[in-house]
Design a protein around this ligand. Structure first.
Ligand code: FEO
Length: 408
């Protein structure tokens, strides 16, 4: 059952984390396999004469959210609700909160969020749209709202608590999984968590990954990151030991900074023929000192595409192996490729290994798609069934060319 956490983060003003661990979810956005789950983090601030709620939880947990809020304040006392982003994993419980509140709270978001609140929930009264950089004095505190479009939707903003040097960042800085702690104090917890941050970034925000870099740069240029005390995202760990780390990590994933030696290998193999070609490629890679990370679709396994996508940003290059299947690319690779090009379209070298029985199509089709993308097509080796000595030489040569593109 989902666990609920209530943690006081500051005494003056009183600032609380309200987190629920969603261990019931299977497919985030009805698409991404996340057996690791996800958390929804909302925050509540009590300051002189005002009670400010920052975001909420998913609708499924609206009842638990109200119950949790009520442990700190009577929902009727909430004076302001800050809506950073209207995706319903953060806004779904808001109608219930407003009902319990008596519709007295002033709702604050971007103009885009204002439109979506009406579209999603019919909420249109008492909604105040703020401009990028606008500041509001609420109680004893100054809240600065900073628009970060496409992180993750065009409606998205973050809040900077000026006097306290705290950033409430919603999706930015978030990740999948249910960390066993609330914050980044324990390095081992952080190391276990970070791969889920990458997976989250690529699957959820990957389509807009150039905006990750732009928005992090924008926030840094405002001069609020160097001495920030806490970064409080809408998912996963909060950052208060080394808060700068999470934005740096986001910028690195957004730019696709590779880990030296990591090559991502993705393939299907219905009867083991593609695998023969792939094994030659892996052998050559290992001889040259690289570390292949392999995901394969066979009659015994089918990895989650969300996990494959999470491996792309820090890979140096990719190898894609595919069978020709009914004059097309094998369906598993076809779908993987579709998501890869949409969500993880980085300027990285790609070698294609196609295998066919009577007519080779897969390699050519993948090559066409790769050439239209930001990826750098290195070569395509098409093999009829088992690789011959000549095919093997071409595959090894393809690997050497791929390595050359990496400048080594
Ligand atoms: Fe966590 Fe874009 O919502």
């Amino acid at each position: 059952m989902p666990k609920v956490w209530v943690e006081k983060l500051l005494d003056e003003p009183e600032l609380y984390l309200l987190r629920i661990d969603d261990d019931q979810i299977k497919y985030f956005e009805a698409t991404w396999d996340i057996p690791e789950g996800i958390t929804y983090n909302a925050y509540l601030m009590k300051t002189e004469g005002a009670v400010v709620l920052f975001d909420a939880w998913k609708k499924d947990y609206a009842y638990q959210f109200l119950e949790t809020l009520s442990r700190i304040v009577d929902p009727k006392e909430i004076t302001h609700i800050i809506v950073h982003h209207t995706e319903p994993d953060h806004s779904g419980a808001l109608p219930k909160v407003l009902e319990a509140n008596g519709y007295n709270a002033k709702i604050i978001g971007t103009a885009f969020a204002k439109r979506l609140l009406e579209a999603f929930y019919g909420i249109k009264e008492n909604v105040h749209a703020v401009e990028d950089g606008e500041e509001l004095k609420i109680g004893s505190r100054t809240l600065r709202f900073i628009s970060v479009p496409w992180l993750h939707w065009p409606d998205t903003m973050i809040t900077y608590l000026v006097e306290d040097k705290v950033i409430l960042s919603c999706d930015a800085g978030g990740g999948y999984s249910i960390p066993e702690a609330i914050d980044d104090t324990n390095e081992e917890v952080v190391e276990r968590y970070l791969p889920y941050v990458t997976k989250y970034i690529v699957t959820v925000i990957g389509h807009y990954h150039k905006y990750i870099v732009q928005n992090i740069e924008k926030i840094k240029n405002l001069g609020i990151v160097d001495d920030v005390r806490m970064i409080l995202p809408g998912h996963g760990l909060i950052w208060r030991k080394n808060p700068q780390k999470i934005f740096e990590y986001y910028a690195n994933v957004g730019s696709g900074i590779p880990k030296k030696g990591k090559i991502l290998v993705i393939y299907d193999s219905m009867y083991g023929f593609v695998e023969r070609s792939v094994r030659i490629a892996i052998d050559e890679l290992q001889k040259l000192g690289f570390e292949p990370v392999v995901y394969k679709f066979t009659d015994k396994e089918a990895p989650a595409v969300s996990d494959i996508l999470g491996e792309v940003p820090d890979s140096e290059a990719l190898i894609i192996g595919a069978s020709t299947y009914e004059a097309n690319v094998h369906p598993r690779i076809r779908y993987t490729l579709y998501e890869l090009l949409d969500k993880a379209n980085y300027e990285k070298p790609v070698l294609i290994l196609g295998t066919f029985g009577w007519a080779g199509v897969a390699g050519r089709e993948i090559e066409t798609l790769i050439k239209r993308s930001r990826f750098d097509h290195v070569d395509t080796v098409e093999v009829r069934g088992r690789p011959t000595d000549e095919d093997e030489a071409k595959i090894r040569e393809g690997i050497r060319e791929l390595v050359k593109r990496l400048g080594r």
